[in-house]
Design a protein around this ligand. Sequence first.
Ligand code: CP
Length: 314
Amino acid sequence: MNVFNHKNLLDMGQLSVSDINLILQTAESFKEISSRDIKKVPTLRGKTVVLFFHEPSTRTKTSFEIAAKRLSADTFSLSSSGSSMVKGETLIDTAKNLQAMNPDIIVLRHSSSGAPHLLADKISASIINAGDGSHEHPSQALLDLYTIKEKKGRIDGLKVAIIGDISHSRVARSNIIGLQKMGAEVTISGPPTMIPHDISELGVAIVNNPSEAVLNKDVIMTLRVQLERQSKTLFPSIKEYSNYFGINEKTLSRAKEGAIIMHPGPVNWGVELSSQVGDSPCSVILDQVSNGVAIRMALLYLLLGGVRSEETAN
Ligand code: CP
């Protein structure tokens, strides 16, 4: 029997191939609950999930909250602007005070890389990293792996191009680690100013021209240009970025037939991705969002011990 032996989900590096397979299989078994008329099972009744978001989020926060509620956990949301952090309370003090109320899981998004790791050392509740700075976003990579497997039938042996602002992207880092663990071949592409110097240490191919990077690829993953994380301008203008690095129908025509287009959202339409490609049948962007709920249900369930009641299975 597969066992999920982790208290926290902090990064993709901590997960083995069998952990990832277990998460994907568990998500598969939970996905059907979201299509029921009554979208709720008692699996996590009596458990408390705190959503502690220091950065804006639409998809991740909503999807963790829906996932927790579908499993009957109680949820509580806290943002930095609505907490005593505006009065100067530190992250650790805030977390210790939350811990004093005995939650089971704290889902943390923070602008500082390593913030979830810091909390995991200080408090006894499970911590899920919901995106920390430009470091990692493991639940996003897991929902991306799930979506790729759902659409292509496998991950092993696929060729994936990740295109855009690699330097500032926690999604890129988590996906590179996860895709490689699962046997995919990863190529990255983007302006040289947005490619980290040490990225080749992760075993990826680097092809700056996106039209070449997409050649014969099964999966094209586009990334948001993260203007808010750039301390200086890394390209001359949005128009120039769009002309050279934006993915449009012409670029896509060079990918393998049946290739899928992914994006973690939010999309800068007309910058990293044309709306024609986003609206085309090869786009799985909204499938990624739907699958995010199933993946997050699986993560909450597995981190809390993975005991599934008879009622849940019905
Ligand atoms: N993909 C993602 O993290 O989106 P949000 O910022 O809306 O959560």
